[in-house]
Design a protein around this ligand. Structure first.
Ligand SMILES: [Mg+2]
Length: 378
């Protein structure tokens, strides 16, 4: 069977979905008073359909604020997709960028495009009959995975320990806990308790969510140097590339950062400054898979490790296609949005063998839609 050389997008559907969380979630940004506990996540879904009957789905997301803005911008530019060949992703992406050129090439503007870009990649892989990782060129069939959702700061340490043990029993390969509280001694107590509970050989990471100054970060880093942490994440403000670089040079423990950045250009500053040993880009946040691939190539060229942030449903494919052995972050929060579940075994997340991303939106996901719009004809 040979696919037709070209195809045309005939229908675009956008929906704004609010995912409620089981319990309000707090990291250090809440404990320092900068944010309120998180109770829901806003998703922008894009679904595309072509003349030849191919389909693709992608999503972007926003925590706390920004969801309605992503949806509104996508709605403004989506009509430009009609009639375009979905295989020419770079060209289609440029069309959307120019349609919204005056609001720039980062942040909400490109996060709105991310849902569409990811849907285009999903469609292209499905059209080829390949999982996305295979379309991109995979280095492995599974990726090391660590759990984050069990280690937040609203949970007492006993609960964190229990959930860590459960994650490991479920086949997850590492545990990350949140730190960065106003009293660093409390962080050190929780960290020691978790390390003691999971044993010295289990990969363990910590995440301060940008809540330290340079002096506190260095002090903490020196205090835990002997613990053999896999990394210290976001010790400083996300945009303090120089501070991260100094810390990375001073400590043996690797420094990880990048999840808050919203463009390739912002990541280039980190890479050029030598700010991180492990880069943590987030495809929806940087504007989609197209920009993600550009910065992954730069990260590899600079010799960096990769541990993409959140959205494991997308990142398991992108991590599998990164040359250096990466990590992918496990959160079960998005499970209710999809019919499928990712398989986890022996510390690793398996790349789905289904074509595309390998996700189908659930009925529950559609019931959580708060707004929706369609362009073209089905
Ligand atoms: Mg983080």
């Amino acid at each position: 069977m040979t696919a037709m050389a070209s195809d045309r997008i005939r229908h675009v559907s956008l929906s704004s979905v609010t995912l409620p969380l089981d319990v309000p979630v707090s990291d250090a940004k809440v404990l320092t008073g900068r944010q309120q506990p998180m109770t829901e996540i806003a998703f922008l879904f894009a679904e595309l359909c072509t003349e030849d009957g191919h389909g693709g789905v992608g999503f972007s997301y926003s925590k706390r604020a920004g969801g309605p803005a992503q949806y509104a911008h996508a709605k403004e530019v989506a009509e430009n997709l009609l009639g375009q060949d979905p295989s020419d992703i770079g060209k289609v992406y440029d069309t959307l960028l120019w349609a919204g050129a005056s609001v720039g090439r980062s942040g909400v503007a490109t996060q709105a495009l991310a849902a569409i870009d990811i849907a285009l990649w999903d469609l292209k892989a499905k059209r080829a009959g390949l999982p996305l990782a295979k379309l991109l060129g995979s280095y492995r069939d599974s990726v090391r995975t660590y759990n984050t959702s069990g280690g937040f700061l609203h949970a007492p340490v006993e609960e964190v320990k229990e959930r860590a043990a459960r994650s490991l029993a479920d086949g997850i390969g590492g545990i990350k806990i949140k730190i960065g509280q106003p009293d660093m001694r409390e962080d050190l107590r929780r960290l020691a308790a978790v390390r003691d509970h999971i044993g010295p050989d289990t990969p363990l990471m910590v995440d301060a969510n940008q809540q330290w100054d340079r002096v506190s970060a260095l002090r903490f880093g020196r205090a835990v140097e002997e613990l053999g942490l896999v990394w210290i994440e976001e010790p400083l403000d996300a945009y303090d590339a120089e501070g991260h670089a100094r810390l990375a040079a001073a400590l043996d423990t690797p420094i990880a950062t990048g999840e808050m950045l919203s463009s390739v250009a912002e990541h280039v500053r980190l890479i050029e400054a030598g700010a991180a040993d492990i880069l943590q880009p987030d495809a929806p946040r940087v504007g989609g898979i197209t920009p993600f691939l550009r910065l992954a190539a730069l990260a590899d060229h600079a010799g960096l490790q990769l541990a993409p942030h959140f959205a494991m449903e997308i990142h398991v494919h992108l991590a599998a296609a990164y040359p250096r052995e990466p990590w992918v972050e496990h959160f079960e929060w998005l499970d209710p949005l999809f019919e499928e579940r990712l398989e986890i075994r022996d510390g690793r997340m398996l790349v789905p063998s289904r074509p595309g991303l390998g996700v189908t939106l659930s009925e529950q996901c559609r019931r959580w839609a708060v707004d929706g719009v369609e362009f073209g004809k089905l």
